[in-house]
Each structure stands twice: as C-alpha cells, then as structure tokens.
Design a binder for this molecule. Structure first.
Ligand SMILES: Cc1cc2nc3c(=O)[nH]c(=O)nc-3n(C[C@H](O)[C@H](O)[C@H](O)COP(=O)(O)OP(=O)(O)OC[C@H]3O[C@@H](n4cnc5c(N)ncnc54)[C@H](O)[C@@H]3O)c2cc1C
Length: 273
C-alpha cells in the first residue's frame, strides 16, 4: 500500500481522497477546520466540475440540494445585458453542502486527522498540497518567494433570503468593480469585488457592506436592492490573494492541487476562504 498524505480537506483534498483507489493507497487527510463554513456562499458547478462530481457519485445529491442556473447575462453596471448565456445547466451549490457531500464520498478506509499541519509530512509515497492559496506545503518546498501576494481588491459576498428576479441574474462589470447575482438554495447569492485598502486581516463585515453600498450607489437597482438586504451575519469580506507562477506543480514526491497550485487560485470576483 502506498502512503498518501493530503494536507487540506477542502474541495480539492476531499475530492482527491474520494477518488484514490483504497486497494492501492493508504490515504490520510489533514484538515485544520473544525466545522463547516457558517455562511453558505454558492459555487457554480460548470460541466467539467459536474463530471468530477459524477465520478465521485454525488452529482445527483448536489443537484437535489441546489438550484439549477439556467441562464444569466454579462451586464453593464447599470444592468444592461451585453451577452446572455442560456441553457448551461449549471448548478449553484452552497459551499457547506458541497463540502458535506464530498466528505460523504470519502471511503471509510481514509484516515481523517483534525488539526493544523506545520511541516510537510515525511515518510510518504506522495504528499498532496491541497492547503489552499496560502499553502504551507508550497512555501516549505518551493520557498517563501512563492508565498501568496496581496492584491488591492476586496471581495464582499453573501446570501440573502429572497430569490433573484431573472432580469437581475448575471455579472455586472463597472469601472474597476464587479458584482454578481445568482440563485442559491432558498435565496440569492451575490458577490462584489473592487479596489479597497481594508484589511487584509479581521475586516469588519458591517463596515465592508457600508463601503460596498457607497461604491455601488450609482449601479443598477438590482445591485442596490441586494446590498440593502444584505446583513453582516450572512456576508463575508476578505481581501483577494494571488500566487506567483511556478514552472511545475510537482517536486519529488510533493504535488500541488486546487488553490495551492499557483495560477489556479480564485478569480478577483471571489476571494479566499
Ligand atoms: C466566493 C467564491 C466563489 C467561488 N465560486 C466558484 C465557482 O463558482 N466555481 C468554481 O469552480 N470555483 C469557485 N471558487 C473557487 C473555489 O472556491 C476554490 O478554487 C476552491 O475553494 C479551492 O479549493 P481548495 O480545496 O484548493 O482550497 P480551499 O477551499 O482553500 O481548502 C484548503 C483547505 O486546507 C485547509 N488547510 C490549510 N492549511 C492547512 C494546514 N496547514 N493544515 C491543515 N489544513 C490546512 C483549510 O482549512 C481548507 O479547508 C469560488 C471561490 C470563492 C471564495
């Protein structure tokens, strides 16, 4: 049996743990988080992601628990549609639902260790860095030069309890800002991204919402309605981080996956967890 140590039990780490053949690999997943995220922001599952979920056997369960996103538009800040996208059949899954279902797909033979890993595990056939954009494994093996870099962008996002009007769904591009509106289970998922010096740590979500309301004051009515309805306890605010490029995603017995792999990080419209 080949020993595989996966550092990080987020989307990438759990998906890999659910895929590796238990008759060939003795897998351990290390995760520092103790519970599921409290704010249920939504991830759109595109066809490739749906294929991966199908191979893990959880696509039907994801679909049952999530709204289908049948269409939307790329819009001006005022809400005028520039380009409509219809019939993509995307699924908007809440992050905690996705994590729960991925966890259910992990075979019982996989060992789950709770706690922060401070050093790259030794004595393994394969070490998988699935520890996100601030990957300890990447910094340890490739050096501090590949530590995540702070961008000048803030991401504020959340869910509100009412469903979005179809005429508001999509992504709005303003000058130096973005705003997204889409369905989430039982409501609306939204995200905003714009330049801001707030943070980077311990950003007050109520303050970030107030800044966002001012920033988007001249934008479409749909955006302003969502921001008025947003509350700090169902919103998140974080600065965006990025990672410098590497020529290879592997070195010796260590491989980077998910957001730990440079240039694989989240888009400016999103943010880090
Ligand atoms: C608002 C938002 C919307 C997004 N929308 C989409 C979308 O629609 N579609 C899409 O495909 N992607 C989307 N993304 C991107 C997607 O969320 C990320 O790419 C994904 O979360 C990366 O997963 P990951 O497992 O690589 O990293 P993470 O989700 O960051 O997980 C890393 C895990 O490692 C753990 N960890 C870190 N360090 C250690 C350590 N030292 N010891 C133990 N555990 C550790 C962390 O606790 C965490 O659980 C979105 C992201 C955000 C924030």
């Amino acid at each position: 049996m080949k020993k595989v140590e996966i550092v990080g039990g987020g989307i990438a780490g759990l998906a890999l743990a659910g895929t590796l053949d238990p008759s060939q690999f003795h897998v351990t997943v290390h995760e520092q988080r103790t519970g599921l995220p409290a704010v249920g922001t939504t991830l759109a599952m595109w066809p490739e992601a749906q294929e991966a979920l199908a191979s893990l056997g959880i696509l039907d369960a994801v679909r049952e628990n999530s709204p289908t996103i049948t269409g939307g538009a790329l819009r001006s800040a005022a809400g005028m549609p520039w380009l409509s996208v219809e019939g993509q059949n995307l699924v908007g899954v809440a992050r905690h639902t996705l994590l729960r279902l991925l966890d259910s797909a992990v075979p019982p033979t996989v060992q789950k260790r709770n706690g922060k890993v401070d050093e790259v595990p030794g004595d393994a056939y394969l070490v998988v860095a699935a520890d996100g954009v601030h990957s300890m494994v990447r910094r340890s093996i490739w050096g501090q030069g590949c530590a995540a870099k702070l961008t000048p962008y803030l991401a504020v996002r959340g869910v509100i309890a009412e469903e979005p009007g179809s005429e508001t769904i999509g992504e709005y591009w303003g000058r130096g800002d973005l705003f997204g509106i889409g369905p989430s289970s039982g409501g609306t998922n939204w995200y905003a991204s714009f330049r801001s010096g707030m943070g980077p740590e311990r950003i007050d979500v109520g303050e970030a919402l107030a800044v966002a309301r001012r920033r988007y004051a001249g934008h479409s009515q749909g955006i302003q309605h969502v921001l008025q309805a947003a509350t700090p306890d169902t919103s998140l605010a974080q600065r965006i981080w990025t990672t410098p490029p590497l020529r290879r995603y592997s070195r010796d017995n260590v491989v980077l996956i998910g957001d730990a792999a440079p240039r694989h990080g989240t888009q400016p419209r999103a943010g880090r967890l």
